[in-house]
Design a binder for this molecule. Structure first.
Ligand code: 1BO
Length: 287
């Protein structure tokens, strides 16, 4: 590992998107299902490669390892945008704040950059009560920014109406096989950012012929084309990987541009059954 006096040549090359006072690096490292030493190691690899955005969650069970990777990178934590998410079991008031404090302890941080409600499941606390708890930890300084994940437009509007803090993002599944045009427009109209998780559609992207053909013209892979298609729509993208080479290659998406026809050709790949993640009991009625 290099130390902080020897930054990667690509550090700082990732564009940022701004909304409601937040400035998010447009590419982040997704860490869902990356655990233990792998999570620590890939965090270090990503930061050394130039990533400055890490995405974790209470559910992932890897906040401690992500925090250790961040510490081992030698970077000033203020240079890295860290997101975590509160699991619905912790939405009730008596558990919410304590759970966020535990997340911070595991991450080794005094504050996260972004704190999200992970899924819109409101059993013991209403959406409105939960959003108020989110706003409270924001105003108490535990999170610089707050937002939601997996919200449909109706839930998003209820959250915005209840929130006493700006909600900066809705983090949802988005990739070429899923039409998210309605939600993306709604998020943009509300001056928020859409963060795209599962951008590689759980392995469906790499072997796709259309993406490969488009990539050949640009000297890029199908994966890089899909990621580029997402960032070119103004979204933040958080591909998950535990493979150091993939992690580095996922960064090489800011040196080429897809034409209008290519963008449309990829939009046309969306299918009604394109969604890969919709857990029963957690997922809302999708738009
Ligand atoms: C239950 C799936 C979580 C992905 O963020």
């Amino acid at each position: 590992m290099t130390d902080s006096t020897d930054p990667s040549p690509t550090a700082g090359s990732i564009p940022r998107v701004e909304a409601r006072g937040a400035s998010m690096p447009q590419l982040g490292l997704g860490t869902w299902e990356v655990e233990g030493d792998e999570a620590r190691e890939i965090t270090e690899v990503a930061l050394e490669a130039g990533y400055r955005h890490l995405d974790t969650a209470q559910l992932y069970g890897n906040e401690e390892e992500v925090g250790r990777g961040l510490e081992a990178s030698g970077l000033d934590p203020r240079e890295v945008f860290v997101t975590t998410k509160v699991w619905p079991d912790n939405f009730p008031r008596e558990r919410f704040r304590r759970s966020v404090e535990e997340s911070l302890e595991k991450l080794g941080l005094e504050q996260v950059d972004l704190l999200l409600l992970h899924w819109p499941r409101f059993r013991e606390a209403t959406l409105e009560e939960t959003v108020q708890e989110l706003a409270r930890v924001h105003s108490d300084g535990l999170a610089r920014h707050v937002g939601v994940s997996n919200f449909n437009i109706e839930l998003l509007d209820r959250a915005l109406a209840a929130a006493q803090a700006p909600l900066v993002t809705n983090q949802v599944e988005y990739h070429p096989f899923l039409d998210q045009s309605k939600l993306l427009s709604a998020v943009e109209e509300r001056e928020m950012i859409l963060t795209a998780y599962s951008p590689l559609a759980h392995g469906r992207v790499p072997g796709n012929d259309t993406l490969r053909q488009i990539g050949e013209k640009h000297g890029k892979s199908a994966v890089q084309v899909a990621l580029r298609w997402l960032v070119q729509q103004g979204t933040v993208v958080i591909p998950r990987t535990s493979d150091p080479e993939h992690c580095r290659l996922n960064m090489e998406i800011f040196d080429f541009e897809l034409g209008t026809g290519e963008m449309e050709r990829i939009h046309d790949m969306a299918r009604p059954d394109g969604r890969v993640l919709s857990p029963r009991g957690l997922a809302p009625e999708w738009d």
